[in-house]
Design a protein around this ligand. Structure first.
Ligand SMILES: OC[C@H]1O[C@H](O[C@H]2O[C@H](CO)[C@@H](O)[C@H](O)[C@H]2O)[C@H](O)[C@@H](O)[C@@H]1O
Length: 602
């Protein structure tokens, strides 16, 4: 049985990630890429679906754990009646093959531990053959092979590798797990001590580049490390989370695969990274984007595989019982074929911001932007599935139209900044038309608020972004009315729901947690309105929901008081970084996304 999400920490090498439970069990790992089949899927089932556990045989008295500052190297200290050990878990920067190192260090007394490694390839479906003897065993099934190298005797037992060993204070027992394709020779595993040093140095060097200071510096750096870990280093694509099908409500059906690159999430991530001084990442993302879109910019997808793959067919895995029984478990994501107009605004905004942060213009980039705008010009008025990727009928979502305005606005700003060619007069007129239409049809004068869709009375937390993207200033009474209505009607326990799921707008059974990114957007909007103390309060409330190692899921269930949804989620950590950057910045009404101000630029 998987544990509460709060119990999990993540280790990763920016190509894949593992979830390590507080009791020493690794219950989720996909190798060699984030979106590969899982070889440990106990998270979505039982230990029989694959895990790697290291556990003291004696009675456990306490567990303490923390990341080494600025890194994803995890120290877990386990105290038992016999003494204490530290397990150091990490994935070294990727060499020829992915490795996971687990180093058991004796701290006090003499502690006996059980090792149990049950690889189950194909998301828990395939039990491997185990070969080898002594300190080096391998497990193979079809295309996948795992090697475990230890310094204690290992034995095979019906598809599981086991060992019982003891460490005394001052001793260490390292284990290195390596994956490789079955048809290739096994790579040489790294030396665990040297790999630890290399991994720490790599992360410290990266996190040391953060230029953002302020009161929440440590928190901010930690979220940036999480975001970096979710960035697929070979291509620059960014996954929304390293997991699939962690339910948005306990036992529910809102279970989706997040191991893909959403243009929206990736753009938000980039804006956060750039705000903290990471311009190289912006270059990698821009190049990723241009490759993904190349050839057919008008066929822009809202999400891609991490190397730019377009086909992300959604499938159910009936053999997996699901996290705490939440079925179905899905891989792939049908949202990939949806129309979500906001993505055009996200992409053009990102390219514009990248330039403002010092990236030179790229001719290819401008060709793509023009092609996107050509398409948007005749489609911005179409109903779509919107930012929340509803699975019900398309609507004229107000946020989608606001972001269509952003797309045109940023193209105009980019054209001016780079002296670039384009039908500027036409674009100016289009921008004004979209603005007028949103203000006329997306604003409900009776409610004094922008509403979820044209003509609807419902509220939607995505509209908290209106001042942030520069559509209207935070001081505008229509913005103030929207923010106050959301604060009044969409919050529960001081945290924000993205919308009221009971209306059936999303075509799914009602019921989900409060959305952490939306709560942080409320914090941003309040800060921009000058309500600093309230902004800080919402921010700190979200920070208080992170688990003991500072990780956030997508949502929080206010009834069961626990994290829900995929984990850890980039969207939540990005919103945290942006809110922290805003709260630490001296300019109260400026937003990170519209640093030149929201007024017309020409
Ligand atoms: O709940 C419905 C939708 O949930 C997912 O989308 C959410 O996560 C995305 C990735 O972080 C984010 O970009 C989007 O705004 C969120 O609504 C899921 O991927 C969808 O398939 C699903 O319809």
């Amino acid at each position: 049985m998987a544990q509460r999400l709060e119990e999990y920490a993540m280790v990763g090498d920016a190509q894949s990630a593992a979830l390590v439970a507080r009791d020493g069990s690794i219950d989720w790992l996909c190798w060699p890429r984030f979106d590969s089949d899982a070889c440990f899927a106990a998270l979505l089932g039982t230990p029989e679906h694959g895990r790697f556990s290291l556990r003291p045989t004696g009675e456990l008295r306490s567990v303490r754990r923390a990341y080494r500052p600025g890194t994803l190297v995890l120290d877990t200290e386990l105290s038992t009646s016999d003494g204490a050990v530290r397990i150091v878990d990490f994935m070294p920067p990727r060499g020829a093959a992915p490795d996971l190192v687990r180093l058991v260090q004796g701290l006090r007394g003499r502690v006996e531990l059980d090792l149990e490694l049950s690889p189950r390839f194909g998301y828990g479906a395939r039990r491997p053959w185990i070969r080898g003897r002594g300190r080096h065993l391998s497990a193979s099934a079809g295309p996948d092979t795992l090697h475990l190298l230890g310094e204690v005797p290992l034995r095979a037992d019906q598809g599981t590798i086991r060992a019982r060993f003891a460490v005394s204070a001052g001793e260490a027992a390292p284990f290195v797990l390596t994956w490789h394709p079955s048809h290739e020779p096994a790579p040489t595993p790294p030396d665990p001590g040297a790999a630890l040093e290399e991994t720490e140095t790599w992360w410290r060097r990266w996190s040391g580049r953060c230029t953002a200071g302020g009161r929440w510096h440590a928190l901010l750096v930690h979220s940036l490390v999480v975001l970096k870990a979710l960035t697929y280093s070979r291509t620059g694509g960014i996954v929304a989370a390293p997991t699939t099908s962690l339910p948005e409500a306990p036992g529910g059906v809102r279970n989706w695969d997040y191991r893909f690159c959403w243009l929206r999430d990736a753009t938000f991530t980039l804006l956060a990274l750039m705000g903290a001084g990471y311009v190289d990442e912006a270059r990698a993302w821009r190049d990723w984007l241009l490759r993904a879109v190349a050839g057919q910019p008008e066929d822009l997808q809202i999400m891609y595989g991490i190397a730019g793959e377009r086909r992300l067919t959604e499938l159910e895995l009936p053999w997996l019982p699901g996290y705490e029984g939440a079925r179905p478990v899905r891989i792939g994501n049908a949202a990939s074929s949806q129309l979500q107009l906001d993505v055009f605004g996200e992409v053009l905004d990102c390219l514009h911001q990248a330039h403002l942060s010092g990236l030179p213009f790229s001719a290819d980039g401008w060709t793509v932007q023009r092609a996107l705008l050509d398409w948007l010009e005749s489609h911005w008025n179409d109903p779509d599935e919107g930012i929340w990727e509803i699975r019900g009928p398309r609507r004229d979502f107000t946020h989608s139209k606001v972001m269509a305005w952003v797309a045109v606005d940023r193209a105009l700003r980019s054209a001016r900044a780079g002296r670039l060619e384009g039908p500027l007069e036409r674009w100016r007129a289009l921008r004004a038309r979209i603005h007028a239409e949103v203000c006329a049809r997306g604003f409900d004068a009776e409610r004094g608020a922008f509403t979820q869709a044209f003509g609807s009375k419902a509220l939607d937390a995505s509209l908290l972004l209106v001042p942030q993207v520069g559509f209207l200033p935070a001081t505008d009474p229509r913005v103030r009315g929207t923010v106050e209505a959301i604060e009044r009607e969409l919050t529960e326990g001081g945290l924000v729901h993205r919308y009221d799921s009971r209306t059936g707008v999303d075509g799914l059974p009602p019921g989900e947690g409060v959305f952490l990114a939306c709560t942080l957007w409320l914090s941003d909007a309040l800060r921009m309105m000058g309500r600093h103390a309230d902004a800080a309060r919402y921010f700190e409330r979200v920070v208080g929901l992170a688990n003991d190692v500072g990780l956030l899921a997508e949502q929080w269930d206010p009834v069961q008081r626990r994290l829900v949804g995929n984990f850890p989620q980039a969207f939540s950590h990005v919103a945290l970084v942006n809110a922290a950057l805003g709260l630490s910045s001296p300019a109260p009404h400026r937003s990170g996304r519209c640093p030149e101000g929201g007024d017309d630029c020409d």
